[in-house]
Design a protein around this ligand. Structure first.
Ligand SMILES: Cc1cc2nc3c(=O)[nH]c(=O)nc-3n(C[C@H](O)[C@H](O)[C@H](O)COP(=O)(O)OP(=O)(O)OC[C@H]3O[C@@H](n4cnc5c(N)ncnc54)[C@H](O)[C@@H]3O)c2cc1C
Length: 462
């Protein structure tokens, strides 16, 4: 049966392009298509837009970003989108001394981009140069076509570090970097994906650093604000509460069955995180390479905890609020996330990788107690008396199923990536942060992916 012959009592819309997911990828694809005069609908299952960004005004009046929050100067697509909708940025607070708790609980206090001394520091910094050189060989448009891709994809970051980085302290630093940036353990990610991600950001330091890099600035009103403004601009083209369940592809169009009714479209853009895309039913089924690449793109594990105080009291003691923690406790990094006017003091603690499950399965009081104990050790007794505490565990978010992004398991890129990464499958186009060649896994990458998928459709009409 053709799409035009199919009879559905509950068809709610007939458009040229349907988009599943109203995160930054879906909204950006819609903006590109609507700006080009194409009839478009965005189908979002949850009751809000923004996906992996979520900005909440707390009872204290403070806006906390439970999800993505930072933007850096080379993330030009996100800055342009924010500018289009009048959302301003402000610099991340990082003046003063940063703290580093080493594995034996020694506390190191330092200033600037990194400490001058510390276990394995010299070897760590030297090896970053090696990684950047390796990353420069990666084919960003087709990572499995990179020189030596088979060997790089066979090997996990953990086994590479064991062989190439003899110093244990340096290895510990890289392990925390993987947890902090990829939200998984070094054994869970291949060297090919690790190097691809570095190359997509520009360099290892681009991912890791604050000033001038990925953690440079934050958004007034939170990182969800440009998404909310974009959705308002798109108006009733964005349908909340429309969870896509089944996609039926006909010779002359696509039917998308959602909880809000059936939508007919000539073409479809799927922007879901891989595990959520894998939960859709496709008729006919996706080609094997696509299905396997989706299956083997595993979401990271991360939770963010915001703790608010009447003022950023650590600043008066010359501390930046930034801390890096190398021992086995629940959090690996802490930042000052206070509002720009410092009208209150906010610390954000990240729980990631293997630390998430043991912490997330404690009861709520124990989770809070463990975070406050770490903050007290770092910043003193005043850390015990917050005026607000809130946490968001992304690993158990029903729509996203993990974060920050998906990491293909070792071997997946070379076995399935060429066909399965983002190549259109008939009438279905693929977007989402995981499909970007620039800032993969970031908001900027999500926007780039939405714009690329929209362009694929525009190119077909030209
Ligand atoms: C804790 C955390 C910290 C981060 N920090 C940063 C940062 O500082 N800077 C940065 O740039 N990036 C950061 N990121 C990553 C960034 O937020 C994401 O890469 C980006 O937002 C992904 O956008 P997306 O549109 O690709 O996907 P998503 O935002 O995941 O959007 C997918 C959408 O699809 C919807 N959906 C799911 N299933 C269905 C269905 N069946 N039917 C319809 N809709 C469905 C979801 O509800 C969601 O709205 C962070 C993420 C997290 C979670």
């Amino acid at each position: 049966m053709s799409y035009s012959e199919s009879v559905h009592a509950d068809v709610v819309a007939k458009v040229e392009v349907a988009i599943i997911g109203a995160g930054y990828a879906g909204l950006s694809a819609a903006l590109s298509l609507v700006d080009a005069g194409i009839e478009t609908i965005v189908l979002e299952g949850s009751d809000r837009v923004g996906g992996r960004t979520l900005s909440e005004v707390r009872p204290t009046g403070v806006v906390v970003d439970h999800g993505g929050q930072w933007v850096g100067p080379t993330q030009t697509r996100l800055l342009a989108l924010a500018n289009r909708f009048g959302v301003e940025t402000f610099p991340t607070y990082w003046a003063g001394d940063h703290l580093e708790i080493w594995a034996d609980s020694r506390v190191n206090r330092y200033r600037g981009a990194g400490p001058d001394e510390g276990d394995g520091l010299h070897e760590y910094e030297e090896h970053i140069t090696v990684l950047d050189a390796l990353a420069s060989t990666i084919d960003l448009q087709n990572p499995p076509a990179s020189p030596g891709a088979d060997l790089l994809d066979d090997e996990s970051v953990a086994s590479y570090l064991r062989r190439e980085v003899p110093n244990e302290g340096a290895r510990r630093r890289f392990a925390l970097a993987v947890e902090g940036v990829w939200a998984c353990e070094p054994g869970h990610v291949s060297m090919l994906h690790f190097l691809f991600y570095i190359a997509a950001a520009g360099s290892f330091d681009e991912l890791m650093e604050t000033d001038g890099c990925a953690q440079d600035s934050r958004f007034v009103g939170g990182a969800q604000a440009p998404a909310i403004a974009a959705a308002a601009y798109l108006g009733d083209r964005v349908r909340l509460g429309h969870r896509a369940d089944r996609v039926v592809v006909h010779d002359d169009g696509v039917l998308i069955e959602t909880t809000g009714g059936v939508v007919r479209a000539d073409r479809l853009i799927v922007t879901l995180p891989p595990q959520a895309a894998g939960a859709l039913r496709f008729d006919p089924p996706l080609p094997p390479a696509k299905a396997r690449f989706v299956d083997r793109s595993v979401m990271g594990d991360v939770a963010k905890v915001h703790v608010t105080y009447p003022e950023p009291f650590w600043r008066a003691e010359g501390l930046s609020g930034q801390a890096t923690i190398y021992d086995e406790r629940e959090t690996g990094v802490v930042f000052d996330n206070s509002p720009n006017d410092a009208s209150s003091g906010v610390l954000v603690a990240f729980v990631y990788g293997r630390r998430v499950d043991p912490w997330a399965t404690l009861d709520a009081d124990a989770r809070r107690a463990s975070i406050l104990a770490t903050l007290t050790e770092l910043f003193g007794a005043r850390a015990q008396e917050p005026i607000d505490y809130v946490e968001k565990i992304w690993s158990i978010d029903p729509w996203i199923r993990g974060a920050y992004a998906a990491n293909p398991t070792p071997g997946a890129w070379t076995a399935y990536g060429e066909k399965g990464w983002r190549r259109p499958t008939g009438r279905i186009h693929w977007a989402g942060s995981e499909t970007s060649s620039v800032w993969n896994g970031y908001i900027d990458g999500a926007i780039a992916s939405g714009q690329r998928a929209a362009q694929e459709i525009l190119d077909r009409r030209a």
